[in-house]
Design a protein around this ligand. Structure first.
Ligand SMILES: O=C(O)CCC(=O)C(=O)O
Length: 341
């Protein structure tokens, strides 16, 4: 483990407005423009350009061979999972303080960082059909949230995200083809679905339920914008039908007090006995009574810099994010209450 040498806060804090919190609860997603600076996103763009040119690699990820043409190299990668476990740059974006500032208000105040994905989505590359992210990443209670950071401008033609507002209140539909063990199976009248994420709405039966809403919102984004979306909301993206790249860096998180029986398909200690994989995931903000991992590359976060990102009050009172008189979400400790029952 490498510990960061200086624990100065490097980014101006982003304070979420109460109105934005309400919009997230109402719609199931929230688009925050310019959350990450252009210079930082340019570093991600350069790195992925270098990967496609064969000049940079991520340890453990196969690289394009030398005999490929430039065009073939550009289409070699589609999506890379969990780069934060192998690449300092990806860990830095997973734990980006301004992204975590927003997460703290939406699902926190305690935030566990679980997953990263790097989408290349070059011209002609496929989209991802209707799905719910909690179908793939279970958290108990379910507090899953995705943060989708645009590296390139994303629009209708090159395959931006599309969200179905209001669908965050849906259960997680279990599948009937055994693709995952997830989904709400306890209530008997939740129908099973087939082929979630398949782009063809005739094949992906979640599409039937999603399209009943009769309303889908396209979320066009500029580099540095971040789209936050809950684990239940129906969403999809289409194929890149343009001549332009549509790259994105997507991370997933949950409240650090949720149990996480998930390690990206890899085994973990105690799995057979019904244990959890929280100890594999990084505490990004706040505190927790559950185990957590340190960031492999030492990016400052609550796990290794608690004085900066950890508990903000020196006591054991319960804390919540609440609206203040100026319309911002702030961390508030609860008063001690004497319970007589
Ligand atoms: O970026 C995309 O095209 C799809 C991303 C997505 O649906 C997800 O990360 O859940």
């Amino acid at each position: 483990m490498v510990l960061a040498e200086s624990f100065q806060r490097t980014h101006e804090q982003y304070q979420l407005r109460v109105d934005d919190y309400i919009a997230f609860r109402r719609d199931g997603f929230l688009h925050i423009k310019g959350l990450v600076s252009a210079d930082e996103v340019a570093e991600l763009a350069r790195f992925t350009d270098d990967m496609m040119a064969g000049a940079a690699t991520i340890p453990g990820i196969p690289a394009p061979s030398d005999d490929l043409s430039e065009a073939q190299r550009r289409r070699f990668y589609e999506r890379i999972h969990m780069p934060h476990r192998a690449l300092e740059l990806a860990e830095r974006f997973l734990l980006h303080p301004r992204i975590v500032d927003v997460l703290e208000a939406l699902i926190g105040p305690d935030v566990l960082a679980l997953q990263t994905m790097l989408f290349f989505k070059q011209p002609g590359q496929a989209g991802q059909g209707f799905h719910q992210d909690s179908y793939y990443i279970p958290t108990q209670p379910d507090t899953l949230i995705g943060a989708w950071l645009a590296i390139d401008p994303a629009d209708e033609e090159n395959g931006c995200l599309w969200m179905t507002p209001g669908s965050q209140h849906e259960p997680i539909y279990p599948d009937c083809d055994g693709a995952t063990q997830q989904g709400d199976t306890i209530l008997s009248d939740i129908e099973s679905i087939k082929a979630a994420s398949h782009p063809d709405i005739e094949v992906n039966t979640l599409a039937r339920i999603a399209l009943e809403y009769g309303k889908e919102v396209k979320v066009e984004a500029e580099p540095g914008d971040v789209i936050f979306f809950g684990g239940h909301v129906f969403h999809r993206s289409h194929q890149n039908d343009s001549q332009h790249s549509r790259r994105a860096f997507v991370s997933h998180y949950c409240n650090a007090r949720s149990r996480v029986p998930w390690n990206h398909g890899a085994t973990y200690d105690g799995e057979e006995e019904g244990g959890a994989a929280n100890y594999k995931h990084i505490l990004a903000r706040g505190s927790t009574h559950l185990p957590y991992a340190q960031p492999k590359f030492g990016t400052p976060c609550a796990a290794n810099a608690p004085e900066l990102y950890g508990p903000r009050f020196d006591d054991h009172r319960v804390k919540s994010m609440m609206g203040d008189d100026n319309g911002f979400m702030v961390l508030v400790p609860h008063e001690d209450v004497d319970h007589d029952h």
